[in-house]
Design a protein around this ligand. Structure first.
Ligand code: CA
Length: 222
């Protein structure tokens, strides 16, 4: 569940949304769909995404308003805009979207634009590094000074999530929901066990901090 970019699709027309999701997942991307701007804002508050595909005409909060909200998060945005709304395109780019796609669009065009934007933002990289750890997302391996670190798949996913969100306070809920991909049930033992084992195996005793009551933080400057 790691390695590929995590994309949020905000589009209230379900057939379009479903089509996008299906094709992105075929390409190996992780894809979450929401159908209105308020729900999108909620998700953006709790999860990390590499890219947002954003429809302009949305219930509750429109795409422009949501773009203002997304910009400080440094997540690139591609607008999905109706064919008739020519002015929307210009407005969208002026407001800071990376690109726009006019509906209806060819799936090949969508994928090409997604790839370009992800590359531009280095979101497609297959190697992550944290201090002396080198994480190869393709091969699902971690090495430390050229020595292989033996991690379980969940420990690996946990490490990738922590490194991608280093120096941020991560609540147990957030970690659990992103790494285990199920709702957090309040049982801290599984997560704590994985954190402890990861600390030990990857030599992160100094860096991987437990924060009283709030969760964890992987400190790059520790
Ligand atoms: Ca719409």
């Amino acid at each position: 569940m790691t390695g590929q970019a995590n994309i949020l699709v905000v589009e209230d027309e379900r057939p379009i949304s479903d089509l996008i999701k299906m094709n992105l997942e075929d390409e190996g991307y992780r894809c979450t769909c929401v159908y209105d701007g308020a729900a999108a804002a909620d998700l953006l508050e709790e999860h990390t995404y590499d890219l947002v595909l954003l429809d302009i005409m949305l219930p509750f909060i429109d795409g422009y308003e949501l773009l203002d909200y997304i910009k400080p998060l440094h997540i690139p945005v591609i607008f999905l805009t109706a064919k008739a709304a020519l002015n929307d395109r210009v407005k969208g780019l002026n407001l800071g979207a990376e690109d726009y796609i006019v509906k209806p669009f060819e799936i090949s065009e969508l994928l090409a634009r997604v790839n370009v934007v992800l590359r531009r933002f280095h979101k497609n990289e297959q190697i992550l590094a944290f201090h002396d750890l080198v994480i190869d997302l393709d091969r699902q391996t971690v090495t430390q000074n050229d020595r292989l670190v033996d991690l379980t798949p969940k420990e690996f996913d946990l490490l990738v999530f922590l490194v991608r969100n280093k120096d941020m306070v991560l609540t147990r809920d957030t970690i659990y929901e992103n790494v285990w991909e199920t709702e957090y049930d309040g049982n801290t033992r599984t997560l704590e066990l994985h954190i402890q084992r990861l600390r030990k195996k990857a030599g992160l005793e100094k860096h991987l901090k437990t924060l009283y009551k709030s969760g964890y933080r992987l400190d790059s400057k520790a």
